[in-house]
Design a protein around this ligand. Structure first.
Ligand code: NDP
Ligand code: PYC
Length: 337
């Protein structure tokens, strides 16, 4: 048996235990553990329990603050800034979310800028939390400059995820969340750990030649998804979640890392929109029109993004368990020594 099964409760407790034992404050350990636990529950393996290795490595390399408390600045009627003060982003997001939601309801649209944060996490839990409040959510963030622009062979962009959520009455929100690289870096790392090659089209080696070797890919440059289109989207994310909010580009995050191999350090931009304000008195009619779009997709046998994730969630909740590779489990347990 190559997999280790844990109950959902054990997975959360193990995550909290590892994070606190390694020095994270209870507040940060809680915010990080909840996020990676959700990732594992929804079978998003690149951002599940595996990330315990990354968070503890980053702490041991002296990079991330284990306990800095987020500082909130009410920057404008439509903008709340949360300064993470060199800690992971997740506690800042949890702190800023109620203020973001209140501003979005008042103004129709509002933004949350998280600054000076280390950022390792999937974005869908954040846009899902926005949709749970009846709001449309959008989140974007850079990372390290691992990804070549279309037509180039050297890293400039981060893997730069973009996530979107649309609330749906009585059902899970419509959510997508993807790296603008052909695959998340975590996926390449998981292939390396499993001794597997990566698909063609994900990366080039240090000479700029296509490679299917995960180690060569990580030493070389990753590629954007959708060629020039992913490249342009990635540049937009750099600009919007970098200079626009007064924070670092992926190139600057990489330079700041100084070879430590730690989690990227930069900012995150989150936008919330209140459909009731935008749609006005005909909100029910317009929401029903949105449902017709989803029907037109699924009626022809296509699936909505996040359907796999919601099905995985239902499976994990029904069995009360998650499974991870045994070697990963051993590596996580070793963090308790
Ligand atoms: P995937 O390619 O696995 O999935 C991207 C999205 O497409 C998901 O919403 C997925 O839904 C959906 N999707 C996949 N297949 C289909 C299909 N056949 N039809 C319709 N929709 C589909 O994600 P990535 O590997 O690009 O990213 C993984 C995670 O990594 C993300 O959560 C992202 O936030 C995170 N990340 C974080 C970074 C950071 O700096 N913090 C950097 C880069 C990535 P489903 O899940 O249901 O399959
Ligand atoms: O998987 O690309 C990735 C990633 C970068 C930062 C966090 N996750």
């Amino acid at each position: 048996m190559t997999e280790q099964t844990l109950s959902l409760d054990e997975a959360l407790a193990l995550s909290l235990n590892v994070l606190e034992r390694n020095g994270f404050s209870p507040e940060h350990a809680g915010a990080i553990a909840r996020n990676i636990w959700k990732g594992q529950r929804d079978e998003c393996h690149s951002h599940g329990l595996y990330r315990l290795l990354v968070c503890t490595h980053t702490l041991k390399s002296g990079k991330v603050s284990p306990d800095a408390l987020p500082e909130v600045h009410d920057a404008a009627p439509g903008l709340v800034r949360v300064d993470a003060k060199g800690a992971y982003s997740l506690l800042s997001f949890e702190t800023g979310l109620p203020i973001l939601a209140e501003k979005a309801r008042k103004q129709g649209i509002a933004a949350l800028a998280i600054n000076h944060c280390y950022h390792f996490s999937a974005l869908w839990p954040e846009v899902e939390a926005i949709a749970a409040q009846g709001l449309v959510g959008l989140a974007l963030t850079p990372s390290h400059s691992w990804v070549a622009p279309f037509g180039g062979t050297k890293g400039v962009f981060g893997t730069n995820p973009l996530a979107f959520a649309w609330p749906r009455p009585g059902q899970n929100p419509f959510v997508f969340d993807f790296a603008t690289s052909a695959a998340a870096r975590g996926e390449i790392e998981l292939h390396r750990r499993a001794g597997k090659v990566i698909p063609e089209g994900w990366a080039v080696d240090t000479e700029g030649h296509p490679t299917t070797d995960p180690t060569e890919a990580m030493n070389g440059a990753m590629l954007t998804f959708g060629g020039h289109k992913g490249s342009a989207l990635s540049a937009m994310i750099e600009l919007m979640a970098g200079p626009l909010i007064g924070d670092l580009l992926s190139l600057e995050s990489q330079a700041f890392d100084k070879g430590a191999g730690a989690t990227p350090y930069h900012g995150e931009l989150v936008i919330a929109i209140d459909p009731q304000v935008f749609m006005g008195p005909s909100a029910d009619l317009h929401s029903a029109r949105a449902e017709k779009l989803f029907e037109a997709i699924v009626d022809q046998g296509a699936r909505l993004p996040s359907q796999r994730r919601y099905e995985a969630r239902a499976r994990s909740e029904a069995s009360g368990t998650v499974s991870i590779p045994k070697q990963l489990y051993r590596d996580i347990i070793a963090l308790l020594d």
